[in-house]
Write a protein that binds this ligand. Structure first.
Ligand SMILES: C[S@@+](CC[C@H](N)C(=O)[O-])C[C@H]1O[C@@H](n2cnc3c(N)ncnc32)[C@H](O)[C@@H]1O
Length: 271
């Protein structure tokens, strides 16, 4: 059953409350990038050049509360996901353990552990440069889960070097560039459209309902709309919510292909 009040809307508020009001088994695909409990303010001085163009107010979670927080939102997300559906959760490595525990507690099955390899990690002097995030591909029922192996490449399509294109595309390390985001103001984090598009291609079809409970800039809703999916999104920070509303209303999607900004790392990289 679907709730008409939610379809193709985004709402301002705490996603745990908002998901608890949704009908169970009403979402085909969840793509989300929850807060990672890394203190953004502590590292801001390194990135002054972008500070005045970043919308403030990001809602962060204390590290000690991370497991409880994750259990709370993931329990609600699991309830609203259909038996045939899929869930993709992005995570840095700092609180990956808590996320994996919560996944077990919620009875979800891990289908793949994807790695998103990006460019422009933060330069380090005493350790290696972090240049990847984890993306956990999960489901409630592995037998019923829907997957479209040839949505992106035909069975016989070849890469430039003559290999199988669909095989190459389905490898679990995804090298995808972050986007350079033009415009006066922006939210501090954003998933690249290409990344969201790839997930939509493999795990949904036109007309499906896609939910992002931690919407930020609105990127998952925007790309879902562009690709003919229904979207639902929640965001707790009013300025980000309004920013996402404007993007969805205006049709100006602000998607760019290259990136020379490092705002992502404010949240992911320890000093
Ligand atoms: C890592 S960002 C998501 C960025 C998003 N994927 C994008 O591409 O723009 C996490 C977002 O979750 C929001 N948030 C944190 N706690 C929340 C809650 N309880 N309910 C809804 N949103 C929340 C934060 O304000 C932040 O915008």
């Amino acid at each position: 059953m679907q709730h008409p009040n939610y379809i193709d809307t985004i709402k301002l508020g705490d996603c745990i409350d908002l998901m608890s009001e949704m009908p169970e088994e009403s979402v085909d695909l969840i793509i989300t990038d929850p807060p990672f409990a890394i203190d953004f303010k502590a590292t801001r001085h390194n990135y002054n050049r972008v500070d005045n163009r970043v919308l403030q107010g990001y809602n962060e979670i204390e590290g000690n509360d991370y497991l409880t927080f994750t259990l709370n939102w993931l329990t609600e997300a699991t309830k609203v996901l259909k038996d045939t559906g899929s869930m993709y959760i992005f995570s840095g490595w700092n609180y990956l353990k808590e996320l994996l525990i919560a996944i077990d507690e919620c009875g979800l099955t891990t289908v793949n552990h994807l790695i998103w390899k990006y460019q422009f990690g933060v330069v380090t002097k005493r350790k290696y440069v972090t240049s990847h995030y984890h993306c956990l591909y999960l489901c409630k029922n592995d037998k019923k889960r829907i997957f479209f192996p040839y949505h992106r490449f035909d069975k016989d399509a070849k890469t430039d070097s003559g290999g199988s294109a669909h095989y190459r595309d389905k490898e679990d390390v995804w090298e995808i560039k972050r986007e350079y985001w033009q415009g006066a103001m922006k939210t501090p984090t954003k998933l690249p459209a290409e990344l969201i598009e790839k997930i939509l291609d493999y795990s949904s079809q036109k007309g499906d309902v896609v939910l992002d409970p931690f919407l930020g800039s609105g990127q998952v809703a925007v790309v879902s709309k562009m690709k003919g999916r229904h979207y639902i999104g929640f965001e707790i920070v009013p300025a980000y919510y309004e920013f996402a509303c404007k993007r969805l209303e205006s049709g100006k999607y602000l998607i760019h292909k290259t990136d020379d900004e490092q705002t992502w790392d404010l949240f992911r990289e320890e000093e």
